[in-house]
Ligand binder design. Structure first.
Ligand code: F6P
Length: 545
């Protein structure tokens, strides 16, 4: 069986391969020299975000061919299908309507939108109630701390938003527990008072091992402190599609907020999954967060590929992945509040586009989603940036750069911005062997020593990077930024011809995990495990007393 769609069958693909071959040996600095308008023309703006993609191994001809590829892959039409509720998740027979969660109207999708609006009202009710001190624990104390228990999409999005928008936070403290490692929950509960703590059990399926295990441990912690079964609604909310399982746990319908199968976990921070953020930030800030994403949705829906930020970023991803063989992509937020962004983007991009078959099930003959990694600047500069500057692998970088700080420490923040700009420029210009030798001579080294050390100091430069800058990290700009990466992920999935909305690859490990857990507990099984796993279980047994 051959795939009905293949990236390599698009007419522009062959031309792109040839262009990539040429541009592999091009100098980005020469591209700047030859094209005086490059710094302003390789820029696109939307929803308050400015994308500078001038420092790439990309000339105007290659850009035009990439834009032709976007048209041939029908990205504008695919964007309409996504936003209009088309069945873009073909393996699960569903739309992927995360954009509806931040919409202010939804022609043609009125039924679903009515549910969204009703859920927003309930989120607001809970955010206000908890912030106003009306929600009281088993001994009538007001709730002061909220613990979101969830994992993957039920953790990474709200955790990112809460941390990024700390300057907008009110009085309620929010905490996040995800790992089944009991230390995660234990460390979090250490400083909390059961009487004034509320847990949000955030699980679309309400079947996830880590979340349910931690939820049971949290319930036991409350019970030990004096809460009774009748008090559970004072201390638990659930966000789920599985009301029956939440009820079985002891959470009443009034305390359950819905999720829908047409929203994927990693795209769900805009739904009630974001309730912890709405509580932490207050409803108005949460609405601004939704508005920022909606502004990006409107741009994605209407801008031609040449101006369309998500499409441009996606074309660059495919350009490097399939034209240059780059296997990874680096995201460097120059903002401590965005330290969690790489973690969030790992799930978003790698769970979405880490696929090896096309949407119709045929094996792909080309690479799909790259490994995404990164960390907040400037820490990486004293660590892995060595590899970015002098390593052998091609690592395209996105710098994320808010231009002001909420700290009031503008002078110190200027250092942060300067470092981000310096890293972007250093990746571009590098340093030749001659320059390295001259600098060593200037430091007083002998010419022999300078010649010996110069190759170690030399840096090739010419390393591609984008800069996404914006005025300040606010609810609006964060919403726009996350939506930008969501749509980039979607576009790349479309270019590769895969379904970015399923994640079957995570299931087998869960099943084997349950099986091994039971075997460790002594359950007999007819099928043998591999010898290495048996040996490790035996070693584990020796350490149980
Ligand atoms: O195991 C992967 C996954 O299903 C993710 O896709 C999801 O975000 C996460 O687990 C949590 O799932 P749930 O919200 O159903 O607990």
């Amino acid at each position: 069986m051959t795939a009905s769609y293949s990236l390599t069958d698009l007419p522009a693909f062959g031309a792109l391969q040839a262009l990539a071959l040429d541009l592999k040996s091009a100098s980005i600095q020469h591209l700047f020299a030859e094209d005086p308008a490059r710094a302003s023309d390789f820029v696109a703006q939307a929803a308050g975000l400015r994308l500078d993609y001038s420092k790439h191994l990309l000339d105007r001809a290659a850009r035009s061919t990439l834009l032709a590829l976007a048209e041939q892959a029908q990205l504008p039409q695919k964007a309409q299908a996504l936003l209009g509720g088309g069945e873009v998740n073909n393996t699960e027979g569903r739309p992927a309507l995360h954009s509806l969660l931040r919409a202010s109207s939804a022609p043609g999708l009125e039924d679903k939108f009515a549910e969204v609006v009703a859920t927003r009202a309930r989120m607001r009710h809970w955010a206000d109630r908890i912030n106003n001190g009306e929600q009281r624990g088993f001994s009538a104390e007001a709730i002061t701390d909220v613990v979101n228990i969830g994992i993957g999409g039920s953790d990474l999005g709200p955790r990112l938003v809460s941390e990024a928008l700390k300057p907008f936070q009110g009085d309620i403290r929010c905490h996040y527990v995800a790992n089944v490692d009991p230390a995660d929950l234990q460390d979090t509960l250490l400083d909390l008072d059961p009487a004034s703590t509320l847990f949000i059990i955030c699980s679309k399926s309400f079947r996830t091992e880590e979340t349910l295990t931690n939820a049971l441990a949290a319930r036991a912690w409350l019970t030990r402190a004096g809460a009774h079964a009748a008090d559970l609604d004072r201390h638990f909310l659930a966000i789920t599609t599985n009301l029956a399982a939440a009820a079985e746990f002891g959470i009443s319908g009034d305390n359950c907020l819905p999720m829908w199968d047409w929203v994927g976990g990693r795209y769900s921070v805009w739904s009630a999954v974001g309730l912890s953020c709405a509580i932490a930030l207050g409803w108005e800030h949460f609405e601004q967060f939704l508005d920022g994403a909606a502004a990006m949705d409107a741009h994605f829906a209407s801008a031609p590929p040449a101006d369309n930020l998500p499409m441009l970023l996606s074309l660059l991803e495919v350009w490097y992945g399939n034209g240059f063989g780059a296997g990874n992509h680096v995201v460097l937020p120059y903002d401590q509040g965005l330290a969690r962004l790489p973690d969030f983007l790992q799930q978003l991009t790698m769970e979405s586009n880490g696929k090896r078959v096309a949407s119709d099930g045929t094996a792909l003959a080309y690479d799909t989603g790259p490994v995404l990694w990164g960390s907040a600047g400037t820490m990486g500069q004293h660590s892995f940036h060595q590899l970015l500057h002098q390593g052998t692998r091609l690592c395209p970088v996105d710098f994320i750069l808010p231009l002001t700080t909420h700290t009031g420490m503008a002078e110190q923040h200027r250092r942060l911005v300067a470092n981000g700009l310096a890293q972007s420029r250093t990746l571009l210009v590098g340093r030749s062997v001659e320059e390295a030798r001259d600098s060593l001579l200037a430091r007083g080294l002998s010419s022999d020593e300078a010649a010996r050390l110069a190759p170690h100091l030399a840096m090739p430069g010419n390393r591609p990077n984008s800069v996404i800058s914006f005025a300040a990290l606010t609810p609006h700009s964060l919403g726009a930024l996350i939506a930008l990466y969501e749509h980039r992920t979607f576009c790349s999935g479309q270019l590769w011809g895969i379904n970015p909305f399923d994640q079957w690859g995570v299931e087998l490990g869960k099943e084997i995990g349950v099986d091994i857990f039971e075997r460790m507990g002594g359950a007999a099984r007819t099928t043998a495990l591999d010898a290495a796993t048996e040996a490790l279980i035996a070693q584990w047994r020796q350490h149980q007393h």
